[in-house]
Design a protein around this ligand. Structure first.
Ligand code: DAT
Ligand code: MG
Length: 151
């Protein structure tokens, strides 16, 4: 049974553009399962620690202001190779370089409005899940569809 998990967040632009449903549908369609979900306005502290590796970048302040500006739909998704596969479904950081068929490629134009976040590796996924969720918010369940998705 596959217990790899990743942290996914629909950023304020994705929420305002009413892309929550379509984004979730793409991950469900692939076969991944939802472990946790909440809508929140992240604090500056949360946003700064989420993006702490980018603190020295010139766009850091804009990025943190943007993420704290509006609702974020924070999620945890689970399944085989979910970290890498969700990054593929999301597409390149710059939407103009993202392939059609990816979330950023289909819905975005500017890098600062790229709709969605997905953890870039397993250890960052674990760090981000702990940062955004309490362990009681992570739901253990056995999706019935698994026997038709995994061999
Ligand atoms: P990703 O979100 O694809 O993991 P990242 O971790 O390098 O990309 O950067 C986090 C976010 O910061 C990214 O989604 C959008 C913003 N960002 C990255 N590079 C940028 C740049 N050159 N100019 C403006 N914003 C940028
Ligand atoms: Mg990143």
């Amino acid at each position: 049974h596959c217990t790899e998990r990743t942290f996914v967040a629909i950023k304020p632009d994705g929420v305002h553009r009413a892309l929550i449903g379509r984004t979730i549908a793409r991950l469900e369609d692939k076969g991944y399962s939802l472990v946790a979900l909440k809508l929140l306005k992240p604090s500056r502290t949360l946003a700064e620690s989420h993006y702490e590796s980018l603190r020295s970048k010139p766009f850091f302040d804009n990025l943190v202001s943007f993420i704290t500006s509006g609702p974020v739909c924070a999620m945890v998704w689970e399944g085989k190779d979910v970290v890498a596969q969700v990054r593929k479904l999301i597409g390149n950081t710059d939407p103009l370089s993202s392939a059609p068929g990816t979330i950023r490629g289909d819905f975005g134009i500017d890098i600062g409005r790229n709709i969605i976040h997905g953890s870039d590796n397993i250890s960052n996924a674990e760090r981000e899940i702990q940062l955004w969720f309490h362990s009681e918010e992570l739901v253990e369940w056995n999706p019935n569809l698994h026997e038709w998705i995994y061999e």
